[in-house]
Design a binder for this molecule. Structure first.
Ligand code: A3P
Length: 291
């Protein structure tokens, strides 16, 4: 029997066991404000990395200190619920993994949507799931087990492909900035500047100040975010992979069988055919096809 990670289900929506039902229900009722900044992602697509970039831009390039927690500074809406988010000073910085239709909207709030190719996302999600033993009871699960769950959407926050389609349909909204994990890897400076210009105000002032911009880039680098990892997540078993793990594009190639690669291509193509996303990860798709 393939092993399946444990989840909590709220009306069929899968969440990690540690997420209280009340937080999820109250989070959905949050009323977005004009000054809000949302980082909207499917899990493992570079959420924490983008959160730290936004945090650094908001605060003159000062990183989250070793004794601070991202979950408090930049709360995850559907984990902590609306009351905790409402207590944050404006502009509120808010993380969400919700699809577009469940995400609270305000026409002037800003939404930064980061997507990642589903191949690397699945591998990263696998390591995440086996690492948080207390949530998932999946320490001895295999990638093959996890792949079946991922491709069917039987994972936290549901289907990768539904999430991609739901945000992808809104790409042209003026208050939405779209970027990818791959773009952040290829040109971190370009993405940081883009984010600062999109958010404006103090965020933009940070990218216009060369010394601050250098600090933002240094503290959001992989090497820097590998330090003091208690900032990013709750505790993991000592032998579990760290939260900031490899940060690579193409890690999937060592995990996927050719059959899995072809199935992922088919699933991605079915989701993106005829849309602007059809060629989004064409290099990765080509490599997967040739397996
Ligand atoms: P890997 O598991 O492939 O290494 P999320 O925050 O959405 O959970 O995403 C986690 C992924 O982002 C992990 O991917 C993690 O290593 C990667 N990541 C986090 N910070 C990063 C950084 N500064 N540079 C590159 N990758 C980073």
């Amino acid at each position: 029997m393939p092993k399946t990670p444990r989840h909590a289900s709220h009306d069929g929506f899968l969440l990690p066991l540690g997420f209280p039902v009340e937080g999820f229900v109250s989070g959905l009722s949050y009323e977005a404000q004009a000054s809000d900044v949302f980082v909207s992602t499917y899990p493992k697509c570079g959420t924490t990395w983008m959160q730290h970039i936004v945090w650094l831009l908001a605060d003159g390039g000062r990183p989250l200190r070793a004794d601070q927690r991202m979950t408090e500074a930049f709360p995850h809406l559907e984990e902590v619920g609306r009351e905790l988010v409402e207590r944050r000073p404006e502009p509120r910085l808010i993380k969400t993994h919700l699809g577009f239709s469940l995400t609270p909207h305000h026409p002037r709030a800003r939404y930064i949507w980061v997507a990642r190719n589903p191949f690397d996302c699945a591998v990263s999600f696998f390591h995440h799931t086996r690492g948080f033993v207390q949530h998932y009871d999946f320490a001895d699960g295999t990638f093959d087990d996890f792949f079946e769950c991922f491709i069917d959407g039987r994972v936290d926050f549901g289907s990768y492909f539904d999430h991609l389609a739901s945000w992808g349909a809104r790409r042209d909204a003026p208050n939405l900035l779209f970027t990818t994990f791959e773009a952040m890897r290829a040109d971190p400076r370009g993405v940081v500047v883009e984010v600062g210009r999109f958010l404006g105000g103090a965020f933009e002032a940070s990218v216009d100040d060369p010394a601050v911009l250098e600090r933002v880039l240094a503290h959001s680098s992989f090497a820097s975010m590998r330090e003091d990892q208690q900032r990013w997540s709750s505790a993991r078993a000592a032998d579990a992979p760290p939260f900031v793990r490899k940060g690579e594009v193409g890690d999937w190639e060592s995990c996927f069988s050719s059959e899995q690669a072809h199935r992922m291509v088919a699933k991605l193509e079915a989701c993106t055919a005829g849309t602007w996303m059809a060629d989004l990860w064409s290099d990765t798709v080509e490599r997967a096809r040739s397996r």
